[in-house]
Ligand binder design. Structure first.
Ligand SMILES: [Cu+2]
Length: 256
């Protein structure tokens, strides 16, 4: 039986000929192994990162992935201070692994969010951690001050208002981003925007797409911040062929 074979309607499996059964994929976590060259990675030098997704049932490498937002694998990379941010797409190799050549700018502990959808599984968001060579300082929290001020990026500026104004952990926060100018706004990787929220202790990493957007100036994301923390929130919008990335800091309180 080929568990990874999917069809929209009834029929036979193209591989083994068995009748297809209706079903819902089990919610399973797919582990990701990360190898680097060199190991460990040295800050400021070229490094190659190799990601391999493993089948949780038999630990064999997964080779088939669904395309999500035009890519097979999205990777978000942030540093300890939550100042450095990358949203990149490691290249797929025939053996199912994904490769990225990068330079991590400074020594430290980097957090990554691997976002992919194994065929026959469910969408996966797997965080990984990488420490640069020789770095031994204890884990620390960056000192993040609330920052909701309008930001200027390459081809537009971005404002942010929140509802409720003081977000509560575990409850839905509506985030209204207002872009100026809005003319020439374009979808970026199949969405009107991309959002990554990371808690100041770097435990929570949330990747969201707009709940409401139509190419106009207001782009609404609905986010549930899981815990009381300061969250660094990056958003990306494309206008006139340019990708704009800006960051805000949103304090999230406990329900009183
Ligand atoms: Cu996205």
């Amino acid at each position: 039986m080929d568990k990874d074979v999917r069809a929209k309607g009834p029929g036979k499996c193209p591989r083994c000929g068995m009748r297809l059964e209706a079903g819902i994929s089990d919610l399973l976590e797919f582990p990701v192994s990360l190898k680097t060259l060199p190991a460990p990675v040295r800050a400021g030098r070229k490094a190659a990162l190799q990601f391999r997704v493993l089948d949780p049932k038999n630990s064999s490498p997964v080779r088939d992935f669904e395309v999500v937002h035009e890519k097979l694998f999205h990777l978000f990379l942030v540093d300890e201070d939550l100042q450095y941010f990358e949203h990149v797409h490691p290249e797929a190799r025939p053996d199912g692994s994904f490769h990225l050549d990068t330079v991590l700018p400074r020594p430290g502990i980097y957090r990554m969010l691997c976002d992919f959808y194994p065929k026959g599984g469910t969408p996966q968001f797997v965080p990984k951690t990488l420490t640069t060579a020789g770095y031994s300082k204890p884990l620390r929290k960056p000192d993040l001050k609330p920052d909701l001020a309008r930001k200027q990026a390459e081809s537009l500026s971005v404002g942010l208002s929140l509802e409720p104004a003081n977000p509560i952990a575990g409850q839905k926060t509506l985030m209204f981003f207002t872009v100026d100018p809005a003319s020439g706004l374009e979808p970026l990787l199949g969405a009107w925007g991309h959002l990554l929220a990371v808690s100041d202790d770097r435990i929570d990493m949330i990747h969201e797409h707009p709940a409401i957007a139509d190419g106009g100036p207001v782009i609404q994301f609905n986010v549930i911040f899981p815990r009381e923390a300061a969250y660094r929130v990056w958003v990306q919008f494309q206008r006139a062929g340019k990708v704009n990335t800006v960051a805000f800091t949103v304090p999230v309180a406990q329900l009183k």
